[in-house]
Design a protein around this ligand. Structure first.
Ligand SMILES: [Zn+2]
Length: 449
């Protein structure tokens, strides 16, 4: 039996049961009608169509659906009920779907009534290639060369699918970054830092301030990833001004949301570089390659310390610069230039030991980071001697993890009025990396589309 007759038979079988049916197919001229690009595009259309149907209260009988690919190409057919809609109303929904879709001219969503007859609106579609004459006319006259039509269509579909994939990956990465930042803020109790129940050693901010500023900076995560995706220069140090440009806008949003309190300047810098690096990584990879991620960060921040801290003179413009001039510590710039060595050497191994994020794993991770990080936030409020004592308490609490030892760290911060904000930022980055690794292992970025 011809493939076309086979489809007509399917529609009639559904009609025999007294149900309407809808089908999705693509207008691919010539043969073969399917390949990997067409299939990816078809799946994406089908996914979008199913949401449209559900949103319009068109109830498809999913267990009776047939999705197949034969000589006439990829197709999907399913019986449905829609109690509150007329056939004309349903046809209109399908036409709107085709019209709204950027490549709707390649798509056919057909409607068959309870007798199995095709319901047409009588409107003719324009030819997708010349966009001058009705498609049916161009087809009848064989107006265009099949090979030209096909290569045009496949390249449009490929570009569309790539863009869709970038969007899906970007949304996933953004959501993991947001989750990491919220997980760090919410971890309670924390030494000297703002948590759910305490402001730590801070008088001007609390948990709510952090929620406000996180909500203010998160909308720009996607932009950072996108810039990484489209960055094609060989010299990655040229990416830094691009990242800073977005970072400065995030800082402005942060200050607005917090009435001028600096809650997250550190994480804006570190997460900014991380998100850009992810975009760059996924423009050339389908999975989260850790060493490549680190290599990209190192390349972006190559010579950052010598360029920005070398030759620095008083007065310093920022806390980080001030600490460098006073004691020579490199701060977040040094950590970034090393490709997050404290994160990968000390923080991540603590989280990798756990199958799911929990307070104990994150607390151990924070201690491991703090025991090995020359935190400029601590130095800003004290001196290297206090920093070293703090690192010693963290080390002790990590090696012998119990409530008494952890309380000792918390009490020390309280007494010295210090807060390991730099280590908290590194904790958020470590959680982010852990989330990326776990998502990749469990779901796989390859299967996101
Ligand atoms: Zn035409």
């Amino acid at each position: 039996m011809e493939a076309r007759d086979q489809r007509a038979l399917l529609k009639n079988e559904i009609a025999k049961r007294g149900l309407c049916s809808l089908s999705l197919s693509l207008n691919v001229p010539g043969f073969p009608k399917s390949n990997s690009t067409v299939k990816a595009f078809f799946s994406s259309c089908l996914r979008d169509l199913k949401y449209t149907l559900k949103a319009s209260c068109i109830d498809i009988k999913a267990d009776k659906a047939i999705e197949d690919c034969d000589r006439t190409g990829d197709f999907f057919i399913v019986p449905f009920t829609a109690v509150h809609l007329s056939l004309t109303g349903i046809k209109q929904i399908f036409e709107d779907f085709e019209e709204k879709h950027p490549l709707g001219r390649f798509i056919d969503v057909d409607l068959n009534d309870r007798q199995g007859n095709s319901v047409s609106s009588g409107k003719s579609k324009l030819c997708f290639f010349c966009r001058e004459k009705p498609a049916i006319e161009c087809r009848r006259e064989n107006a265009h060369d099949f090979d030209a039509l096909r290569s045009y269509m496949f390249s449009e579909m490929a570009v569309y699918c790539l863009k869709q994939k970038e969007e899906l990956i970007s949304k996933k990465i953004s959501s993991l970054a947001l989750k990491a930042i919220l997980a760090e803020i919410s971890l309670t109790p924390k030494p000297g830092l703002v948590d759910k129940f305490s402001c730590g050693s801070h008088a001007d901010m609390n948990y709510q301030t952090f929620l406000n500023s996180t909500a203010a900076i998160a909308p720009l995560f996607g932009e950072l990833i996108h810039e990484g995706f489209i960055f094609t220069r060989d010299d990655l140090t040229r990416a830094l001004p691009v990242i800073r440009n977005i970072g400065l806008r995030m800082e402005a949003s942060m200050y607005k949301a917090t009435q001028n309190v600096n809650t997250q300047k550190g994480i804006i810098f570190l997460m900014g570089i991380s998100l850009f690096a992810c975009g760059k990584l996924f423009s050339q990879n389908d999975y989260f390659a850790i060493e490549e991620f680190r290599a990209i960060i190192k390349s972006i921040c190559k010579d950052l310390v010598s360029k920005e801290l070398g030759g620095l003179t008083h007065p310093a413009k920022s806390h980080g610069e001030n600490i460098f001039l006073k004691y020579g510590y490199l701060g977040a710039r040094g950590e970034a230039e090393s490709g997050f060595s404290v994160v990968f050497d000390y923080g991540l191994p603590q989280l990798m030991a756990t199958a799911e994020l929990n307070d104990e794993a994150m607390t151990r991770c924070l201690l491991a980071l703090a025991a090995n990080n020359d935190d400029t936030n601590i130095l800003y409020r004290s001196n290297p001697e206090v920093l070293n004592r703090f690192k010693g308490f963290c080390d002790k609490a990590l090696k012998n993890f119990n409530e008494a030892n952890y309380s000792e760290v918390i009490d020390f911060c309280k007494n010295e009025n210090i807060s390991p904000g730099g280590s908290a930022d590194l904790l958020a980055v470590t959680i982010f990396v852990w989330l990326m690794i776990n998502f990749d292992q469990q779901t796989g970025f390859t299967h996101i589309f």
